[in-house]
Every structure is written in C-alpha cells, then in structure tokens.
Design a protein around this ligand. Structure first.
Ligand code: PAF
Length: 249
C-alpha cells in the first residue's frame, strides 16, 4: 500500500511498458468492486486499486462522515485477489492546492444525481482526473450502477484527449436484485430486504409516475425516476441512506 503521490508516480514510471488497469474506489469493497478487479486482471499486466473517500464529491458533511470505511477488510480482499498495487492517499496528498482547481461538466452533471447533489460530479471528475494522471493506466474500470458517472468520465477523457480507455462493467446484484453498494452496509438485513424492491419497481413494465407512487407507498423517499440514454434511472432515500440504480429500457 502506498500513500504518497511521489512514490506512486515513480512506480508508474518504472512500469511504463506494462499494461496497467486502474480500479478507482472509495473502499468498503464489495463484490461489485471485486468484479471490476477481476476484469482488470484479465485485461492488463498490472492491476492498481485506489482507495480514497473523496470529500469533494460529498455535498453533505453527514453523508461523508457516515460513509462506510474498513481498510483492514479491504486490504485482506485485495491481497486475496492478488491486486498488484494499492494507492491510498490522504486529502493533502491528492489536493496539494486544496480545491482551487476543479473539473466541471456544464451539461450532463446538472441532471439526475447532479441536480440533487450540487457539486457532486465536479468532485468525481476532479479526483478521477488526478488518479488517471498519477497512475497513467491503459484501462480504467467503472461500474454501470453509477452509469451517469461512467458517461461523464468517458466524455471527460475524450474532451481532454487523455490516453486511457474507460471500461464500463455490469452492475453486480445481491440474489434479491439489490445493486451492490458500499452504502448497503449502512442498512440492517431487514432494511436490505425492503430496499431490494427498488430494483424490481425500476424494471417493472410501468410508467414513471406509477413507479414513483409504488416506491413512495413503500416508505421510500424518491429523489428521481427518469429515463435517459435508453435507461431508466432512479435514486431514493431509505432509512437515511441514498440508493441509486438504473436498468436498460
Ligand atoms: O464510484 C466511486 O466509488 C467514486 O465516485 C470514484 C469513481 C472512486 C471517485 O471517487
């Protein structure tokens, strides 16, 4: 595990001829992350994972504070998966100029999660740009659960002529259908069971209004249900936890 940007850049330089796969994460790893790691291991010589709970993408202090963290368990999972390099910087290492510079999308970052979480995608794009510049991967892997994030990152690297492939990976689900998410750790087993109906309502053959009504009746607070890019996106609050998902339509 390395925490400094300097030694990671030196390591990147030493491995300049290798095909590097990067899996950026905020830790509290689950099977969704592990599937990104497995895909990276198949497609690259070296797999790098980053763990950094990025404060600039949280628009609520309490959300950042309660975000699940378990570095010891993460390390054990990464060792077992034979990940080659873990980059786990702290805020000062990754933000030497604090948040003086940021990457903003002026269009797509304002809809869906961007509309409800002001500044969220500025934080995501800024930190991902930093990670890509430090690690210089050939391929970087992102889960389709965060589909809007995936599109924004894909467009950013094209807009800034960055030499990296952004690879989307399918959402991994619990047997119940609930999309795997680090935030699921904040729910009890009973709440997880209730939360799993979010996915089933989202993919039902019903109108957006009908889905919203059903979700509200079940005690979820709906942020949005909307269709874009051939997908139906949803975000809800349940037991003080924000859950997102999307399905093809
Ligand atoms: O999807 C996430 O976990 C985060 O948004 C990411 C891409 C690691 C950036 O902090």
């Amino acid at each position: 595990m390395t925490t400094t940007v300097n030694s990671t850049q030196k390591w990147t330089q030493l491995n300049i001829d290798q095909k590097i796969g990067l899996v950026p994460t905020m830790g509290a790893l689950h099977q969704g992350h592990m599937s990104l790691i497995h895909q990276s291991k198949k497609e690259n010589d070296i797999t790098v994972v980053s763990i950094f709970v990025n404060p600039t993408q949280f628009n609520k202090k309490q959300d950042l504070k309660s975000y699940p963290k378990d570095l010891e368990r993460d390390l054990a999972l990464l060792c077992k998966a034979k990940v080659d390099y873990l980059f786990a910087p702290d805020y000062d290492a990754l933000y030497p100029y604090n948040y003086r510079y940021k990457v903003s999308d002026c269009k797509m970052a304002k809809i869906l999660c961007g509309a409800n979480r002001p500044g969220h995608f500025d934080g995501v794009l800024s930190v991902v740009m930093k990670l890509l510049n430090i690690i210089k991967p050939t391929n970087a892997y992102f889960g389709e659960k965060d589909y809007q994030q995936y599109i924004l990152i894909k467009d950013m690297v094209q807009a800034f002529f960055m030499d990296v492939n952004i690879i989307p990976c399918p959402t991994v689900r619990e047997v119940s259908g609930l999309a795997m998410s680090s935030r699921n750790l904040l729910l009890t087993p009973e709440q997880l069971e209730v939360a799993s109906s979010f996915y089933h309502h989202l993919k039902a053959d019903a109108s957006i209004e009908e889905i919203k009504t059903k979700l509200t009746e079940q005690g979820f607070v709906v942020d949005y249900i909307e269709e874009h890019f051939g997908r139906r996106f949803g975000a809800i609050h349940y037991a003080n936890v924000r859950l997102i998902d999307n399905v093809e339509v």
